[in-house]
Design a protein around this ligand. Structure first.
Ligand SMILES: Cc1ncc(COP(=O)(O)O)c(C=O)c1O
Ligand SMILES: N[C@@H](CCCC[NH3+])C(=O)O
Length: 434
């Protein structure tokens, strides 16, 4: 039986992930544990691919690995034939270790360090997404030193304000990412790259933000980008081979989130590029997208064990779990909303409005505010679905709490893909004084 898009229930009435009973997962791996239903990741990948294949347009899907960077995820993504984007030397290192072919890796970031750029040049990655003038200098220096060439894509801010939390909106002119178009910065950068014999500019990039539900913003951005292609074709004779429209496709966190199917999102964007390119008589560019959250988010569910309770009648009912803001900072950072279920009795009558809090020494350490749950007891397993993106990758060791374990579940089997951190792990970089 299907309870939500994220969670299913087995014959015993327990929540299931990838065909595995969540109570068994908690028993086997301990809690907190983030359990992924691998079939959901595969389905999202297939849906994106389908939209491009049906539209018969050249495309590339690059997984934005900041959403969930792990060796297992890179392996899965590489097997599916996707590329990936990385935003740091650490992500690049992990992607290569996870078996991503270097030529399928894009390097993003608003302040790539010289040594990170050298690492990318050394690895002969697929392309650098150029974000600022300093980076052009650093990249040029690295290429000269290695007698190498690199493919690049120019990131611009098309001046679109996405309807999302202000911390995750990036397409507006005052964003810290990319070159501003209106002020002429972007054109200057393009001219400088075009003159550089070591850089092969493939095309343009924009990313308007994250957790966006309206196709409208993407369509507007796509249209503005094709306008820019036309302008720079006329003014500079520049032919855009690649149009990278970034990621940002919203996912379900709560019943209030109005979902647009992945395929429909992609179809709208493709149609906008197609018709605009036709209008200007431009060659259809290869469309690249960079979904992160929409590939990993709904596939992940975090399981916690309920510990203490605090009830002040008429004021509040707190249920505390053995994780919190250290494994999911999103509620504290973006006021993100989630739903919670009791793994053993997800269908039991909901009796009480409670606030699920973590174990960290912060009043803001709230995972779900005011949710309806059945009566809970210490030792119960609580599941918070839709935690597959920006949970583990934004995790911290605050209060010296170890980061959780991660398991992949599929067809009734589970597999540990990231072991739980130990206290020793947390001290492994420390040298002390004596
Ligand atoms: C350049 C770029 N591409 C892709 C993504 C992935 O976004 P999302 O996880 O919302 O799909 C991000 C993050 O917002 C980003 O900054
Ligand atoms: N970390 C953010 C998304 C940031 C996307 C990166 N540009 C989130 O959890 O929603």
């Amino acid at each position: 039986m299907k309870l939500t898009d994220a969670v299913e229930v087995n014959q015993a009435g327990h929540l299931m992930i990838g065909g595995v009973d969540t109570l068994k997962l908690a028993q086997k791996y301990g809690t907190p544990v983030i359990a992924y239903d691998v079939s959901k990741i595969k389905k999202q990948i297939a849906d994106f691919k389908k939209a491009f294949i049906e539209a018969e347009v050249p495309y590339k899907i690059s997984y934005a690995s900041k959403a969930f960077s792990s060796l297992a995820m890179y392996e899965l993504v590489a097997q599916a034939g996707l590329g990936c984007d990385v935003v740091s030397g650490g992500e690049l290192y992990a992607a290569l270790k996870g078996g991503m072919p270097p030529e399928d890796i894009e390097f993003h970031g608003n302040n790539k360090l010289p040594e990170e750029i050298e690492m990318g040049v050394e690895a002969q990655i697929g392309c650098f997404v150029i974000d600022n003038f300093q980076e052009i200098k650093f990249l040029d220096r690295a290429l000269r030193r290695k007698h190498a060439k690199a493919n690049v894509v120019l990131r611009v801010t098309p001046g679109i304000e996405a309807e999302t939390h202000k911390y995750i909106s990036t397409g507006q002119s005052n964003s810290k990412f990319g070159f501003d178009v209106q002020s002429g910065q972007a054109k200057k950068a393009l001219e400088s790259i075009l003159k550089n014999p070591r850089m092969n500019i493939e095309g343009l990039h924009c990313h308007i933000g994250s957790q966006i539900f309206q196709a409208k913003g993407f369509v507007m951005a796509a249209e503005k980008m094709v306008d820019l292609m036309k302008k720079w074709h006329d003014e500079l004779g520049f032919d855009t081979k690649v149009l990278n429209l970034g990621g940002g496709f919203g996912i379900h966190y709560t019943k209030d989130d109005q979902m647009i199917p992945t395929e429909d999102f992609a179809k709208d964007i493709i149609a906008a590029v197609k018709s605009r390119a036709k209008k200007y008589n431009l060659k259809m560019p290869e469309i690249w997208i960079e979904p992160g959250r929409s590939l990993a988010g709904e596939a992940g569910t975090t399981l916690y064990t309920v510990g203490s309770r605090k009830d002040v009648e008429g004021v509040c009912h707190f249920i505390a779990v053995d994780g919190g803001m250290g494994d999911n900072i999103r509620p504290a950072l973006y006021q993100a909303k989630y739903e919670a279920y009791l793994a053993e009795r997800p269908n039991a009558l909901n009796e009480q409005i409670v606030t699920v809090v973590g174990k960290y020494c912060e009043s803001g350490d709230v995972l779900v505010r005011d949710c309806l749950l059945p009566n809970t007891h210490p030792g119960d397993i609580l599941a918070i679905p839709d935690t597959g993106a920006y949970g583990y990758t934004m995790a911290s060791n605050y209060n010296r709490n170890p980061r959780p374990a991660v398991v992949f579940c599929e067809n009734g089997s589970s597999r540990l893909v990231v072991r739980r951190e130990t206290f020793e792990d947390m001290l492994s970089c420390e040298l002390g004084l004596t």
